[in-house]
Design a protein around this ligand. Structure first.
Ligand code: SF4
Ligand code: SF4
Length: 118
């Protein structure tokens, strides 16, 4: 079982990317960045950047604390395609590689940049 958390762009999530349907479809069909998982995917958490590039790590730390409290640890963090698109097309200042490195080094989690490819 792949236990994952997804971090999204607060401006895009459920605004122009309604209901997170794209990520749920990709998870179901094992497409995009979810094609790497042979096992079932257990979505432990879906959270967002808090509308600020500087809040991603604190938000994720809070997600981890709550997940630990409820005995729902996750192994991998996906940085949503929404964040990737925000960086690539909307001048979002998040440094994707730096963020991935911080998550890996500070939290000891695996990181995948991206989710669906629709
Ligand atoms: S543009 Fe960047 S900082 Fe702003 S809400 Fe989206 S991911 Fe967060
Ligand atoms: S890319 Fe995924 S997590 Fe981000 S808003 Fe779209 S469906 Fe939701």
């Amino acid at each position: 079982m792949a236990r994952i958390a997804i971090m999204s762009c607060q401006k895009i999530k459920d605004a122009s990317c309604i209901g997170c349907i794209k990520c749920f479809k990709a998870m179901d069909l094992k497409e995009g960045e979810f094609s790497r998982y042979a096992d079932n995917i257990d979505v432990i958490a879906m959270s967002d950047c808090g509308d600020c590039p500087g809040l991603v790590m604190p938000k994720l730390a809070l997600v981890k604390d709550v997940a630990d409290h409820y005995g729902r640890d996750f192994d991998t963090v996906h940085i949503g395609t929404c964040i990737v698109k925000a960086v690539q097309t909307a001048a979002c200042p998040i440094n994707l590689e730096k963020l991935a490195g911080m998550i890996e080094n500070v939290m000891g989690k695996q990181v995948v940049i991206g989710t669906h490819s629709y």
